[in-house]
Design a protein around this ligand. Structure first.
Ligand code: MLT
Length: 406
């Protein structure tokens, strides 16, 4: 039996798996309960409008009239229409429900979308970056060899305080450029002009942008684009991945969606081919969609009542993020992001690598963070904190971190 050599050659474990391993090894002897500001998992319960819709739909499934078998692979029309009306129309973005593909997660889609491209397509990512983008392409054999912590064929676009966390355009031709804004892990955002530069570049070079907008609910300034489609021309070059996980507390429910515009085309043997048609074909073969009660729950999150409830949850997480930024800046740390994002990015104190500082906080403060180096070479010397815990536990974590820093 010949196995996938690229998968077998993958370095180390998946970042959040390795963090979980270290926490499990330490936890039994810990002097007090551990506080988790590591993986971006939400802590507030589902909002009432969502729970009601979920339960109602589950009950329907137990009746002869309300039973639903296989869902449509691309998502129920009621949810795709709600996404078009509630998420895009208010931004002035016109989409057809056939351009919306409902799935079980943005991680699933951001990992799978490169299947649209040639097997040897060249990929660019910002550095630091959400590791699933890189791992998925490495497993598919697109990234070459892994040497000295880097992939030989991956184009890295470093983001650091020196460039204001705004990546340079790729210095060589790439087929696929991943952008995630508000950014995971740095919590920074792009202005309209900065995002427009990437769209212009993609139009000129025929590059596909995979825009991960999983954290768009955290943008409170209308001058900052929530969707790449707010930029003219973007429907010709970008797919956009969105999720109910961080906006409506769906990390355990699993529901997300990807927009593949009909205006988006690529080439196969000199022929122009629609990416929407290719993705529809791929989805029909590979998945059976998302359960009916989950899709009803997701649609409820987009209703006026549900929207008001989930907006209040997002505001509470943003309050945590702002508190983390204020407190750690007050303690003299260099802190970034956390204003329009649930992630705060900080430089580790002098002499500490990312993993050293992670271990120090785990062992001395019993606080779990995420080491910046896990997101790529430019993340070394940094740490990410999430704002997804409760206000009380976030404050308690900050008090403990301050005590360690003193
Ligand atoms: C993160 O912590 O980066 C995210 O929660 C991971 C994810 O969304 O899969």
């Amino acid at each position: 039996m010949r196995l996938n050599a690229c998968l077998a050659a993958m370095p180390g474990g998946y970042l959040f798996g390795e963090i979980g391993r270290r926490v499990r090894a330490y936890e039994p002897g810990a002097p007090r309960p551990i506080i988790h500001l590591g993986i971006g998992d939400v802590s507030q319960p589902l909002a009432p409008a969502i729970t009601e819709a979920f339960v109602r739909a589950a009950r329907e499934m137990g009746t002869p009239q309300g039973f639903h078998g296989y869902p449509p692979e691309q998502g129920y029309p009621f949810l795709r229409q709600a996404i078009v009306d509630a998420d895009y129309a208010p931004l002035g973005v016109r989409l057809d429900p056939d351009e919306v593909f409902v799935s079980d997660g943005a991680k699933t889609d951001t990992s799978a979308l490169p299947e649209l491209l040639a097997p040897d397509a060249r990929v660019a990512v910002t550095d630091p970056v959400y590791p699933a983008y890189v791992d998925a392409n490495a497993m598919a054999g697109r990234l070459g060899r892994h040497e000295n912590g880097e992939w030989s064929d991956l184009v890295l676009l470093p983001c650091h305080p020196g460039n204001g966390f705004v990546p340079e355009l790729p210095g060589r031709q790439v087929d696929l450029l991943y952008l995630c804004y508000p950014n995971n892990p740095t919590g920074t955002v792009l202005t309209r002009a900065q995002l427009a530069r990437f769209v212009e570049y993609a139009l000129e070079t025929r590059t596909l942008i995979l825009f991960d907008a999983a954290y768009k609910a955290y943008i409170t300034d209308p001058a900052i684009p929530r969707s790449i489609y707010e930029i003219p021309g973007a429907q010709q070059v970008a797919v956009e991945c969105c999720s109910f996980s961080k906006s409506a507390g769906f990390t355990g429910m699993r529901c997300a969606y990807t927009i593949v515009p009909k205006a988006l085309t690529g080439e196969v043997d000199g022929r122009s081919v629609s990416l929407n048609a290719l993705w529809a074909r791929r989805v029909a073969c590979r998945q059976n969609g998302v359960a009916y009660p989950i899709q009803r729950a997701a649609a409820a999150a987009l209703s006026p009542e549900g929207r008001a409830q989930v907006d209040a949850q997002v505001r509470a997480y943003l309050d945590n993020a702002h508190r983390i930024v204020r407190t750690l800046q007050g303690a003299g740390l260099e802190v970034f992001g956390g204003i329009h994002a649930p992630y705060v990015w900080l430089r580790t104190p002098e002499g500490h690598s990312s993993w050293d500082f992670f271990d120090l906080l785990l062992h001395e403060a019993q606080v779990v963070a995420t080491p910046g180096s896990g997101f790529g070479p430019a993340g070394e010397g940094h740490l990410r904190l999430t704002a997804f815990n409760s206000a009380e536990r976030t404050q308690e974590a900050l008090d403990r971190i301050l005590a360690v820093l003193r």
